[in-house]
Design a protein around this ligand. Structure first.
Ligand code: GDP
Length: 221
């Protein structure tokens, strides 16, 4: 299973979250290409991991959404098997971006995912999506709530972003750039991609400041 994922030395950033959290919209906005990551409302059609080559020097990895109430147990287990084989395998991402809808408290599934990532020492950034949908005065409380529920007091605080207005994207890009730079420094993988679903995104919108965060998280095996 793990052999199906690219291991060509390019750093990888994985995006994950509940279905409908805004993952496809955010990926499309980040890479500046509408329709690159496809939105799908059907749980049966999202059971794939998509790798998007960004600027030919990084992958954005679109993990299938989780948390459909109607999804049978067998499918949940399939999701878990696929995602775990990627996250625990030799091509594990340099950063796991965990998306949570800013309008709602993180769910037990979100907490489970965060704890699982933390337990494996994976570098992680929690992002609160659709921040444009809540009044400005409610944004800080939403961040505080996510810190409490997901136990993030000692790590980087969640970032509120909007794929519609672009709010928060420069701050998110700083975190992504930092993780990509760290991934490039530590990467020693040279195998060519094998059989994964790789599509290309050649354009990336300009973002302003250089990375500001110190290197966090694990080093690559
Ligand atoms: P996914 O299932 O996680 O990939 O979620 P989608 O990207 O398909 O988004 C789900 C719904 O939320 C769609 O109707 C989007 O238009 C909407 N949406 C996504 N991001 C935002 C955002 O930042 N702001 C607003 N207002 N709507 C958003």
């Amino acid at each position: 299973m793990a052999d199906r994922f690219p291991r060509d030395g390019m750093p990888q950033i994985a995006f994950m979250g509940r279905s409908n959290v805004g993952k496809s919209s955010l990926i499309n906005r980040l890479v500046g290409q509408k329709g690159l990551a496809r939105t799908s409302k059907s749980p049966g059609r999202t059971r794939m991991i998509h790798f998007f080559a960004v600027n030919r020097d990084a992958y954005f990895v679109d993990l299938p959404g989780y948390g459909y109430a109607s999804v049978p147990r067998s499918m949940r287990e399939e999701w878990q098997g696929l995602v775990e084989s990627y996250l625990e395998g030799p091509s594990a991402p340099d950063l796991a971006v965990v998306l949570v809808d800013s309008r709602h408290p993180p769910t037990p599934l979100d907490l489970e995912l965060v704890e699982w990532l933390r337990g494996r020492g994976l570098r992680m950034q929690v992002v609160l999506t659709k921040i444009d949908k809540i009044p400005r005065g409610d944004r800080e409380p939403a961040v505080g709530r996510a810190i409490d529920v997901l136990d993030l007091a000692t790590v980087a605080p969640p970032l509120g972003v909007s794929a519609v207005t672009g709010d928060g994207l420069p701050a998110l890009w700083r975190v992504l750039d930092d993780a990509l730079a760290a991934g490039r420094r530590t990467s020693s993988r040279n195998a060519p991609p094998r059989g994964a679903a790789v599509r290309s995104a050649s354009h990336r919108p300009a973002h302003t400041n250089p990375p500001q965060h110190p290197t966090r998280g694990r080093s690559r095996p």
